[in-house]
Design a protein around this ligand. Structure first.
Ligand code: GDP
Ligand code: IMO
Ligand code: MG
Length: 429
């Protein structure tokens, strides 16, 4: 298993960025394979804090970083992020950073449509990040997307623009908006094209070449399995497949390349945006988790909803995504709680369930069944070895891995890169 695929096993923000950054120094390439700048990955290295949305987290260690074809790319957001990171001293060149030339673009019309739809959705509002992710993926599947490679052929974009505008103008008219201004759009694309094209490559070819040469590839997922468009809490999900299998289709490497699937799991649960959340705590405990865990969205600054660890959901995510082992993060946030609870099942209409049902109304109505454990009075914050952990914290970790039927490979005990306990190296067979 020379490669590692990192995915979120809850509703995102599990700490994928921190773990990818920690693993990146052992990898030869880091690849983003789905999502877009709806992701917000925070890396803490000493005094420096890096917030990445589109760039793979490997860029900070200077590891070859690739945006795969499965991502939707907002070229203007990319430019702003590259400039911000360069301002923090991170080197970003066509040698260490490449974008798949078949990657679809997020255009200003996608962002506008995302906002218009959300504003009109009433109680059906998804609570998206407003970045145009859904509309951009719809256009990809609808065969009217403009892709990175089109930026080199803007003078022959007419039939693609006809398809795009025929669809969007009808929608925009329904929202009382003027048709797409084709000339303005083309001008904006002409202006940004050289910036994007300097990084554009046939990345499937480059990746297959490095793979043949024995390189270790680290795939960096965005969002989490519960936001997967098939397996998540539909319709309150994102518009891509966030499960591990997408690493293959979203990069141009076969399914065997996925390697060790490392599920990132927060020691409790959080969610941003609307949708069901069985263990959500609307009380002081929820507030305490949010405060101790600094649970505010990296992208939108929204307060994250907080609750106890849900072993049913995490077990389901691990099964669906074929997780080999997990990284348990933010254990330190539970330091000092007298009692901690874990959800081990649900009650629905008098029946006990050991899985999360598919229907939205059932998802909203399940009642969590809890197991209570003693907390620990010592601290796990900053622990770098198993021996540094209080006995009761070890019991908690063991109970988690037992309930989710998946072993723990890493434990994270602070935002800082090095505050990480290695149990099993995912890069080693
Ligand atoms: P991602 O989207 O999965 O990469 O996660 P985010 O970066 O959006 O959110 C995770 C937050 O928790 C970030 O602010 C991290 O710096 C922080 N973090 C990551 N691991 C730990 C940990 O073990 N303990 C604590 N206290 N914070 C952590
Ligand atoms: P990372 O990679 C947490 C959520 C949004 C919303 C839903 C749909 O940092 O874990 P979208 O804009 O994707 O159409 O919004 O998905 N969402 C995330 N929540 N972490 C993320 O990314 C998210 N990306 C999208 O809040 O509920
Ligand atoms: Mg995040």
């Amino acid at each position: 298993m020379a490669n590692v695929t990192v995915i979120g096993a809850q509703w995102g923000d599990e700490g994928k960025g921190k773990i990818v950054d920690w693993l990146a120094s052992r990898a030869d390439a880091v690849v983003r394979f789905q999502g877009g700048h709806n992701a917000g990955h925070t890396l803490v290295v000493g005094e420096q804090v890096y917030k990445l949305s589109l760039l793979p987290s490997g860029i900070v260690t200077g590891t070859l970083s690739i945006i795969g074809n499965g991502v939707v790319l907002d070229p203007w957001a990319l430019k702003a992020e590259v400039e911000k990171l360069r301002g923090q001293g991170v080197e970003i060149t066509p040698e260490n950073f490449a974008i798949a030339d078949n990657c679809p673009l997020i255009l200003p019309v996608h962002r506008e449509l995302d906002g218009l739809r959300e504003a009109a959705a009433g109680s059906g509002k998804i609570g998206t990040t407003g970045r145009g992710i859904g509309p951009a993926y719809e256009d990809k599947v609808g065969r009217r997307a403009i892709r990175v490679c089109d930026l080199a052929h803007l003078d022959s974009l007419d039939s693609q623009l006809d398809r795009l505008c025929a669809h969007h103008d009808a929608l925009r008219a329904g929202f009382g908006q003027s048709p797409v201004d084709r000339e303005a759009l083309l001008n904006e694309l002409r202006e940004i094209a050289p910036f994007v094209l300097q990084f554009a490559q046939v990345t499937w070819k480059r990746l297959n070449k490095v793979k043949k040469a024995g390189a270790r590839i680290l795939f960096e997922g965005a969002q989490g399995v519960l936001l997967d468009v098939d397996h998540g809490t539909y319709p309150f999900v994102t518009s891509s497949n966030t499960v591990s299998g997408t690493a293959a289709s979203g990069s141009g490497l076969g399914p065997a390349a996925t390697g060790f699937v490392l599920g990132i799991v927060k020691a409790y649960t959080t969610r941003v945006g609307s949708g069901p959340f069985p263990t959500e705590l609307d009380d002081e405990t929820g507030q305490r988790l949010g405060e101790r865990g600094h649970e505010f969205g990296t992208v939108t600054g929204r307060k994250r909803r907080c609750g106890w660890f849900d072993a049913v959901l995490t077990r389901q995510s691990c099964a669906i995504s074929g997780v080999t082992g997990i990284a348990l993060t933010k254990l330190d946030v539970l330091d000092g709680f007298e009692k901690v609870k874990i959800c081990t099942g649900y009650r629905l209409n008098g029946k006990v369930l050991d899985y999360f049902p598919s229907h939205a109304a059932d998802q909203a109505n399940v009642e969590p069944i809890y197991e209570e454990m003693d907390g620990w009075s010592g601290t796990t914050a900053g622990a770098r070895s198993w021996a540094d952990l209080p006995a009761q914290a070890i019991k908690y970790i063991q109970r988690v891995q037992e309930l989710i039927e998946t072993p723990v490979a890493l434990v994270s005990t602070s935002p800082e890169r090095e505050d990480t306990i290695l149990v099993r190296d995912p890069f080693v067979d």
